[in-house]
Write a protein that binds this ligand. Structure first.
Ligand code: BDR
Ligand code: CA
Length: 314
């Protein structure tokens, strides 16, 4: 299988770090051109520091560029209740050895995409602020983008509000720009990511492990179980890993192409992704591919195997 060029745009964030770990575990399938950060789960300084610390801890010399510190129009707001004050569920990693790129994320993304011989896949798993700015400021990049695999949105209710998923709610105007862009998009929304994750027993076993990756992921994920967003206290979604899992194992998912509108109003519907789920309306593949179902057991098995595999690689 040919390696896919990817850039991960993230706000680490506990599940972002599990997703980054999954990406590194699959470096035989992904050519990771870089990581960009965006304010979301925590402030831009905290999420950027987390990305640098994690890659240093894994001894990976991956370029990291800092992105936008706030949404396009909205006030910034963190998700400390879910990811903790440091964005890693209070887990403390050693200081980073890696240095931050001198470029900002937008020009970094532009240069990486334009200088790549093969097209590039973007994997945004935080608010879409950087990606929206990228395609507005440097529209020429669109020609060389293979796919945008997004964790965000939902076609069945929200988490930040009753109808809105956090990443889209945080910067709805940016999400609208990306969903309206006509770029090839895959949307891993809450309707599938709520069925992609790990059981409490899996997390406890990971946390007891002495492997570098498994212990880190397990200890951080234990933090989720202190909150009330885990399913009946026995299962936690790992939302962001879904956007990467799709790229390697698309056969685990069912999908439909749909028109997806983003509600940019200020009212109770802010950040709602309104997908046209009417089955009798046919949308072709120029519309977003919305994931609608996933094989939970295979997802879980692959994710766990890869985290243990990563212990041997770092
Ligand atoms: C998304 O919100 C964040 O808290 C997670 O990292 C994920 O990207 C889920 O709604
Ligand atoms: Ca995230």
């Amino acid at each position: 299988m040919k390696k896919r060029n990817i850039i991960i745009d993230c706000d680490p964030g506990i599940d972002d770090i599990v997703a980054l770990s999954f990406a590194i575990a699959n470096e035989d399938k992904f050519n990771i051109l870089g990581i960009t950060t965006v304010a979301g789960n925590q402030t831009i300084d905290k999420v950027t520091s987390n990305a640098l610390k994690v890659m240093s801890y894994y001894n990976r010399n991956i370029e990291i560029a800092k992105g936008q510190e706030k949404p396009l129009l909205r006030e910034k707001s963190a998700a400390s209740n879910v990811h903790g004050e440091n964005g890693m569920g209070d887990y403390q990693l050693p200081e980073a050895k890696l240095e931050l790129s001198s470029q900002n994320a937008i020009s970094f993304l532009r240069d990486k995409i334009m200088s790549s011989e093969e097209k590039v896949t973007l994997v945004p798993v935080g608010p879409l602020t950087n990606i929206a700015l990228l395609i507005k400021v440097f529209p020429e990049v669109m020609e060389n983008i293979e796919l945008v695999s997004i964790m965000g949105g939902s076609i069945s209710g929200g988490n930040r509000t009753s109808c809105a998923e956090f990443n889209v709610w945080a910067d709805p105007e940016a999400a609208k720009i990306v969903f309206d862009s006509k770029l090839p998009l895959v949307m891993s929304g809450l309707n599938v990511t709520h069925s992609t994750g790990l059981y409490k027993e899996d997390v406890e076993k990971l946390a007891k492990s002495t492997g570098k990756a498994t212990e880190l992921c397990g200890k951080m994920l234990e933090y989720y179980f202190k909150g009330d967003h885990v399913k009946e206290g026995r299962f936690t979604p790992i939302h962001d890993a879904c956007a990467l899992m799709y790229l390697i194992y698309p056969e685990l998912f069912k999908f439909r192409h749909m028109k997806v509108d983003v509600d940019c109003s200020d009212g109770i519907s802010r950040g709602n992704t309104i997908a046209d789920v009417r089955e009798w309306i046919k949308y072709d593949n120029t519309y977003p591919k919305v994931l609608v179902d996933v094989d939970l057991e295979k997802f879980r098995e692959i994710l766990l195997n890869d985290l243990y595999k990563l212990d041997e690689m770092v």
